[in-house]
Design a protein around this ligand. Structure first.
Ligand code: SF4
Ligand code: SF4
Length: 391
């Protein structure tokens, strides 16, 4: 079979799931423009458009471009040789923030077994001593942990939505088993790699029983975790119909009806559960974490105040950075990168820019919040000029 994209034909390959190979020049970039809760800078990397793990609520199904190829035809777009492009881009900068693999789709989904682009990208980062993190609902491949271990600020996040394997099979059908997910956390912790447990997202009336969430948090703690991240499902308007249909199909018309009553808050095209519901749940989770001596943060949770969407982490986060780990920005010295002094990586609230890059200190009024590769190149030039002017 072939598909036509932008007047070009691509051969669809079948194994291990339908996909096409596309050469890419896409660039590393920071968080997207608009509202932001992520405290640290990241360089975002997404090797695969589409994810065969198959969560019915996956928000990437609402994304444009080749994500729609996956939604409509189930075909994943693989960024061929993306690791080489990433290597080239890393060699063009002298300032780097931690890489994030991936904010959009799962880096260890089945297609990665064939191409191992995620491992190759991790290798490009750690060989230059640049930190990198990943988030996954799959089993972490064996060769990833030794790679991550070589870079002291690199870490892993594992999403565990429920302790109930029967529910996990419905919600994350081709993800790792519940046992493997907790083992992911143990495997990271055993190697002294910072491990985060994400309960992300919590599905109201399906995975929101406080007793079960407390057990999940306890098991994460026993697996070596010290930081928990949570969010409540939001539903992109674009895929609302499909998501509601799945909720009706899997959990009954009563639950679907409850969702229709609960999901009333439209924040920038995403339907959110009512704020009272969310705040009550977050309060309970934060208290559980506090009692267990764990730090806690939310991911991309907002409430509407007046005409503005205001982040909820001010109220609920107990760590300095939302991911629970303080990672400085890194700077090049010859072939390798090293952490900037006196930086805790909390750019969103930083006013001092001890790193020397004023743009990054977003605690200041009116600072820009979204960065591209060209900004990293500009900061690199500015740092070079500053150091030359000292001689
Ligand atoms: S694992 Fe993540 S990216 Fe993949 S389908 Fe599920 S929610 Fe989407
Ligand atoms: S010093 Fe401040 S602005 Fe610079 S990287 Fe660190 S947290 Fe961000």
């Amino acid at each position: 079979m072939k598909v036509l994209i932008n007047k070009r034909e691509y051969q669809v390959l079948d194994s291990p799931c339908p996909h096409i190979l596309v050469s890419t020049k896409k660039e590393l970039h920071g968080w997207w423009p608009g509202k932001r809760e992520c405290t640290s800078e990241r360089m975002l990397i997404n090797p695969y458009n589409g994810c065969s793990i198959g969560c019915f609520f996956c928000y990437s199904l609402a994304f444009p471009g080749n994500f729609q190829l996956f939604r409509e035809k189930g075909i994943i777009t693989v960024a061929k040789d993306f690791d080489k492009e990433v290597a080239h881009q890393l060699d063009s900068i002298d300032v780097a923030s931690c890489g994030y693999l991936s904010p959009v789709t799962d880096p260890f989904q089945p297609i990665n077994e064939r191409y191992k682009i995620s491992q190759k990208i991790i290798e490009e980062f750690v060989s230059r001593n640049i930190p990198i993190e990943f988030t996954t609902k799959a089993r972490i491949p064996e060769d990833v942990i030794p790679l991550i271990k070589t870079q002291s600020h690199s870490f892993g996040q594992v999403s565990i939505l429920t302790i109930r394997e029967d529910l996990r099979k419905i919600l994350v059908p081709r993800g790792a088993s519940t046992k493997d997910l907790f083992q992911n956390l143990e495997r990271l912790s055993r190697e002294s790699i910072f491990a985060v447990c994400r309960i992300d997202p919590i599905l109201p009336y399906i995975t929101d029983k406080v007793k079960e969430l407390e057990e999940l948090i306890e098991r994460a703690k026993s697996s070596g975790v010290t930081h928990i991240i949570a969010s409540v499902l939001d539903i992109p308007l674009k895929i609302k119909k499909e998501v509601m249909e799945c909720i009706g199909k899997f959990f009954g018309v009563g639950v679907k009806w409850d969702y229709q009553k609960l999901y009333r808050e439209n924040i920038d095209g995403y339907l959110n559960a009512k704020i009272d519901y969310r705040k009550k749940l977050f309060d309970k989770l934060r208290n559980i974490c506090e009692r267990k001596n764990l730090t806690f943060a939310l991911c991309m949770e907002y409430e509407i105040k007046g005409k503005e969407a205001v982040g909820l982490n001010k109220e609920f986060m107990s760590s300095c950075n939302c991911e629970g780990i303080d990672i400085p920005v890194y700077k090049r010295e010859k072939d390798k990168f090293y952490p900037a002094a006196n930086c805790n990586g909390n750019c969103l609230n930083c006013t001092e820019a001890k790193c020397g890059i004023q743009d990054l200190a977003m605690g200041k009024e009116g600072s820009k919040k979204s960065w591209r590769l060209k900004d990293y190149k500009r900061w690199s030039r500015e740092l070079e000029e500053k150091s030359l002017s000292l001689f």
